[in-house]
Design a protein around this ligand. Structure first.
Ligand code: ATP
Ligand code: MG
Length: 436
């Protein structure tokens, strides 16, 4: 892609309404555009990054055998009346009526919808266990939408739902999802902490929030550093191994400030292992048994022929929030740095273009060569001095740069990874690095 043709409305001034780095940068680099309070359009750069995150989320769901579906954004109020949540959900729910005066709503989550699908399609235990997921827009009329797409009203979420015959199998489904989450955040280049969360009035059941570390995060985190050394690679996708994984994680102290007590922290974690930082919730998983299946009468015939309410769990990842969360986690020294797995481009070619067209022509050649090799490359062909270009690319955060200025000569080309010293190397070597 040529930068001069790309629709990236970059602005020089800092947007004054934005309080945190990710929000500033997303507006400044034209990733998103606010359309009304807490509602955003996604422009090419932002949308490309979000799609890459979505792809990784999808791969890890598929890897544990979850199946993708797509449910609508608009739901009927009837199913929410059955579960009893129509009144409970309160003002966060956007309620709509259609021309026949039927009560509808824009889905804030999909437990009722999926339970309705499941109860009318599955009658026997033989189809269990089952995990279904979709990646779809949600609407929650948040009281205080803020920080851009971090807490907005319309957002993109992966939500999965598991169905099992009994509690021990349901816990295994929960553990599979726990594993998928760890892998997902790892692939996104993030350090995540699964943190035991309150389950509220349901009681006794399971819940974890997945928090990623970021200095600017909303929640304060107190944890035992060694939680990052739990070797995710060593677990296998079977019942015993995944149970061990959960046990291994639960050995380490990790809480947010609402549960923090200095004495507990000191008693459980020796000083040199104490980690105090901030984080952002990017995922949340729950096991809630028959909370929805019972009132909505979602039952299957068990092995003994008796009807049993299916045991369910639900599992969310904030796909659009992750775009901002990654910025918060990775931003250092006034520079953005996208993890390679989600970067909008693999590499940017930055030719000095002010004096003559020689560098630009060279840039074009390298550009075609890289494209032939299947590398997603951006060429900065904008007529601007190098200093300005560098500032701009510090904001955009593409992890590798090919710089065509005074240093690049003959077949030695200046190649730089953000935050590292540049090197003079041959194009072949550059291609190899980028392909790995
Ligand atoms: P929070 O406590 O932040 O309001 P929640 O517990 O309401 O989150 P869930 O219902 O568990 O969130 O939703 C799953 C995921 O969806 C969250 O972990 C978060 O990443 C994302 N999410 C929730 N609300 C929003 C929002 N208003 N804007 C963007 N992402 C959101
Ligand atoms: Mg919420």
């Amino acid at each position: 892609m040529l930068l001069s043709k790309l629709f990236i409305p970059i602005t020089k001034d800092l947007p004054s309404e934005a309080k945190i780095k990710s929000h500033q940068l997303m507006l400044q680099t034209g990733m998103i555009k606010q359309s009304s309070a807490g509602i955003y359009s996604w422009l090419p750069l932002g949308f490309k990054i979000m799609k890459k995150i979505e792809k990784i989320v999808r791969e890890e769901q598929d890897n544990i055998g979850a199946q993708e579906i797509l449910m609508p954004t608009i739901q009927s109020a009837d199913i929410w009346k059955e579960s009893g949540r129509y009144d409970d959900y309160g003002e966060e729910m956007l309620r709509i009526s259609d021309r026949q005066n039927r009560e509808m709503l824009y889905g804030p989550t999909n437990e009722e919808q999926i339970t309705e699908i499941f109860r009318s399609s599955v009658k026997s235990y033989k189809l269990l266990p089952q995990i279904l997921y979709h990646i779809q827009w949600k609407f929650r009329d948040e009281l205080r939408p803020r920080f851009g797409v971090m807490r907005c009203r319309e957002f993109f979420m992966k939500d999965a739902y598991s169905f099992d015959l009994n509690e021990s199998e349901a816990v295994h489904s929960y553990n599979r999802m726990f594993y998928a989450y760890l892998k997902t955040f790892q692939k996104l280049g993030l350090k995540s902490i699964p943190m035991k969360a309150d389950t509220g009035p349901i009681g006794g059941d399971l819940s974890h929030e997945f928090i990623i570390l970021a200095e600017t995060g909303e929640s304060k985190i107190y944890a035992d550093k060694r939680i990052f050394d739990v070797p995710i690679e060593n677990y296998k996708n079977d019942m015993i191994s995944l149970k061990k994984m959960r046990d291994d994680f639960s050995k380490f102290y990790a809480v947010t400030d609402d549960k923090f007590k200095q004495k507990d922290f000191n008693d459980n974690v020796k000083k040199s292992n104490q980690l105090q930082t901030k984080g952002i919730e990017v995922g949340h998983i729950f096991y809630f048994g028959d909370k929805y299946s019972k009132p909505m009468n979602c039952a299957v015939d068990g092995k003994d022929g008796k009807k049993t309410f299916v045991k369910m769990g639900s599992y969310g990842i904030g796909v659009s929030r992750l775009v901002a969360a990654i910025i918060e986690a990775k931003y250092v020294n006034k520079k953005m740095k996208w993890p390679k797995s989600v970067s909008p481009f693999d590499v940017v070619i930055i030719p000095s273009v002010t004096k003559d067209k020689k560098n630009l022509e060279r840039g074009m050649k390298i550009y075609s060569e890289l494209k032939k090799q299947g590398i997603d490359v951006l060429l900065d062909d904008v007529d601007e001095n190098l200093a300005n270009k560098f500032n701009k690319h510090d904001l955009l955060g593409i992890p590798f740069q090919i710089i065509l200025g005074s240093k690049s000569e003959g077949n030695k080309i200046e190649f730089k990874e953000i935050d590292k010293e540049s090197q003079l190397i041959e194009i072949k070597k550059i291609i190899n690095t980028l392909k790995n």
